[in-house]
Design a protein around this ligand. Structure first.
Ligand code: GLC
Length: 607
């Protein structure tokens, strides 16, 4: 009986998002898949392959739970709020949600300082609420991914409390402790070296009780684990399995490039400016190059280990492959390639491609080159395109011009969904929410802003409550929310945009639907077109059979006309059938003359 129920559920997952003909053929072979079993020699069936590959063209939606939907009138979002909005997310067309940390936490870094990895913070609900969220998401074929913070815990985690209790406590070595320099009976002396916290100032904190410093890459309240201790690895293997057994589809691995530190513990190199003097950052500190604390080779060994834990996890309530998203802000395409690992030792399925999304200026040549890198220099792996998240100003501040922001959002989202790969976006992007930083220091909630004010205002601006409607608190809550609702909720909100056929929300829905249903946009290769043009970025998606789609995005405030002929890429059609275009623009008469309004977009099928 149990098996039959599982089989039915699996069928429903397999068929989700398939065309009906394909779905019927898949049903015949659908069978429960255990990924332990799948790594054996048997060739997976089509149905199994579909479950294995769900992430390859996935659309993932990041939810910052504190700001998404409050259901218990405390001004803070909660898990029940996410459940309540699942139908909205389903209509949007997403495959998975990634929920930023909702574990118990003192909330110094709003959840990224975890004090219990296997529970739910009461602010966000209960474990029963979580189980219900998973069950309701399953019904709608939405996968749930969690945030996994392995670099550090909260300083209130029982493990750290034990660690700091005495030098010979069994958990002492779970964290990174070191003697200072020049300590005397009356003074702690100096920190062990010049390593810096990403959130400003020294990364070392003196602990008077045991008279040593501990290392924290982030806040003082976020001590780093010592990943050279195998017990830390064992503890996290257990945590990963705990959540996978609850049916989560995978994790986004936080701060994953900083797990290990150079054992020499020697100083980082200070970065010099053009004047030969040390560069100074927004916190007033000398900039260091991070080579001793970021992206060390041992990280890859650990990521490959995590991947093996994920792949071996028994198939319990989740039907399909568990997937690893990486927070991988790495400097080059080659570093990004390393994040996928090798065939023998795979690492992330989806390390974030920050090469493209964080160019931070509308420069056609830069986008062309980075998108082409993702296509040609990642060894056939799937790029995870991303522009926005809870740590960075939204698109308006990084790409907008204050005049054409709506059209620029169309350009950016077209790159997000219509280039090859998986797409990751952040709550509110789909309605064009704007960055709203605090105006006064006393209003800042994010400690990054408190430390860095006024040069660095912190991340509150991109964490404001989701704008569901134009009511006082935007339908997010019935009481004053933890961060203020931006006044632009009057026009930028879900309800208004659902009623407006040319809204950004409607644009997102159309783009996502195209990405899911058009064969070329779903899985076609990506070939850049018109490659010397400095005003319009154009590309071809070449799909199976005769399917080919061209995409053109105008990066300027003037109208442009482009020739999208793809003959050089082996596509011979001369005409286009429009799939999606900027509202109000004309259908092109020929593939050789496609007109685009200012910051206009055109997507068409080659005939
Ligand atoms: C990651 C998170 C960020 C957090 C930091 C420390 O960068 O995205 O929000 O503050 O890690 O956990």
């Amino acid at each position: 009986m149990k098996r039959m129920i599982r089989k039915a559920r699996l069928r429903s997952w397999v068929t989700a998002g398939c065309s009906s003909i394909l779905a019927t053929s898949l049903l015949v072979s659908a069978a429960p898949v255990s990924f332990g079993q799948m790594s054996g020699s048997a060739t997976p069936s089509v149905a199994q392959q579909r479950l294995l590959n769900w992430w390859r063209n996935a659309v993932v939606y990041e939810i910052y739970p504190r700001s998404f939907q409050d259901t218990n009138a405390d001004g803070i979002g909660d898990l029940n709020g996410i459940t309540e909005r699942l139908d909205y997310l389903k209509k949007l067309g997403i495959d998975a949600i990634w929920i930023s940390p909702m574990y118990p936490s003192p909330q110094v870094d709003f959840g990224y300082d975890i004090s219990d990895y296997e529970a739910i913070d009461p602010q966000y609900g209960t474990m029963a609420d979580f189980d219900r969220l998973i069950a309701e998401a399953n019904k709608r074929h939405i996968r749930v991914m969690l945030d996994m913070v392995m670099n550090h815990s909260s300083d209130k985690h029982p493990w750290f409390l034990e660690s700091r209790s005495s030098r010979n406590n069994p958990k002492r070595d779970w964290y990174v402790w070191k003697d200072g320099k020049g300590e005397t009976a009356t003074s702690p002396g100096q920190p062990p070296n010049n390593w810096q916290s990403a959130f400003g100032h020294s990364a070392w904190q003196w602990d008077p009780k045991t008279r040593q410093y501990y290392y924290h890459k982030f806040y003082i309240q976020q001590p780093d684990f010592n990943w050279d201790n195998p017990e830390v690895q064992q503890a996290f293997d257990k945590i990963l399995n705990f959540w996978m057994n609850k049916g989560v589809a995978g994790f986004r691995f936080d701060a994953i490039t900083t797990l290990f530190e150079d054992p020499s513990m020697t100083d980082e190199k200070v970065v010099l400016g053009k004047d030969g003097k040390p560069k100074i950052n927004a916190f007033g500190d000398e900039v260091v190059d991070g080579k001793k604390t970021d992206n060390l080779p041992k990280n890859h060994v650990e990521i490959a280990h995590i991947r093996s834990v994920m792949d071996q996890s028994p198939d319990s309530s989740f039907p399909g492959k568990r997937v690893m998203i990486g927070e991988t802000y790495v400097p080059t395409i080659n570093d990004l390639l390393q994040m996928y690992g090798t065939r023998q030792k795979p690492e992330f399925e989806l390390p974030m491609d920050t090469q493209i999304g964080f160019i931070n200026k509308l420069n056609v040549a830069a986008f062309r080159s980075k998108i082409n890198d993702a296509e040609t220099r990642l060894d056939g792996n799937v790029p995870l395109i991303v522009f926005e998240n809870h740590d960075n100003p939204r698109i308006d501040m990084r790409y907008g011009d204050g005049v054409h922001d709506t059209d620029i959002t169309r350009v950016i989202s077209t790159i997000l969904f219509a280039t090859r790969g998986a797409s990751l976006f952040y709550y509110g992007s789909e309605i064009g929410m704007k960055t709203t930083p605090p105006k006064r220091k006393e209003d800042v909630r994010d400690p990054v802003g408190i430390t860095g004010w006024p040069k660095e205002k912190g991340r509150d601006g991109e964490r404001t409550p989701m704008q569901w409607d134009d009511s006082q608190y935007a339908g997010f809550s019935t009481v004053k929310p933890w961060l203020p609702v931006p006044p632009n909720k009057a026009t930028i909100n879900v309800k208004a945009e659902q009623a407006e056929p040319n809204s950004i929300l409607a644009w997102y829905e159309s783009l996502i639907q195209l990405k899911k249903t058009n064969p070329a946009l779903r899985s076609g290769s990506n070939v850049m077109l018109d490659t010397t043009n400095t005003k319009v970025l154009s590309w071809l998606r070449k799909g199976p059979g005769n399917n080919a789609v061209v995409v053109a995005t105008n990066f300027t405030a003037e109208p442009q006309t482009v020739n999208l002929s793809a003959a050089s890429a082996g596509v011979s059609g001369t005409h286009l059938t429009t799939l999606l275009k900027t509202p109000g623009s004309a259908d092109p008469a020929s593939i050789t003359a496609v007109s685009l309004p200012p910051f206009g977009v055109y997507i068409g099928q080659v005939q």
